[in-house]
Design a protein around this ligand. Structure first.
Ligand code: SF4
Length: 76
């Protein structure tokens, strides 16, 4: 399983994650921060779990692109 996590409150709204991983990230028009699609929130961390192996490379690219390092991707 691939687990993607976003610590959303520290997002600076640069759009990079959405540009490189549009299947997983979008931008919230109201507060300008990133949204991790189909995620669950717990204590400020938004997590999305998937069995789709292609998520790893796409979301890892987003994690590497994030200037404030608030996206993580791991395999479980
Ligand atoms: S790349 Fe990081 S800072 Fe930029 S919008 Fe995405 S989560 Fe926010």
């Amino acid at each position: 399983m691939i687990i993607i996590t976003l610590h959303r409150e520290h997002c600076i709204g640069c759009n990079y994650c959405m540009e490189v991983a549009p299947s997983y990230f979008d931008m919230d028009e109201e507060d300008g921060k990133s949204i991790l699609l189909h995620s669950e929130e717990k204590s400020g961390f938004h997590s999305h779990k998937t069995h789709d192996d292609s998520a790893f490379d796409e979301c890892n690219y987003a994690a590497e692109s994030c200037p404030v390092d608030i996206i993580s991707v791991r395999e479980n």
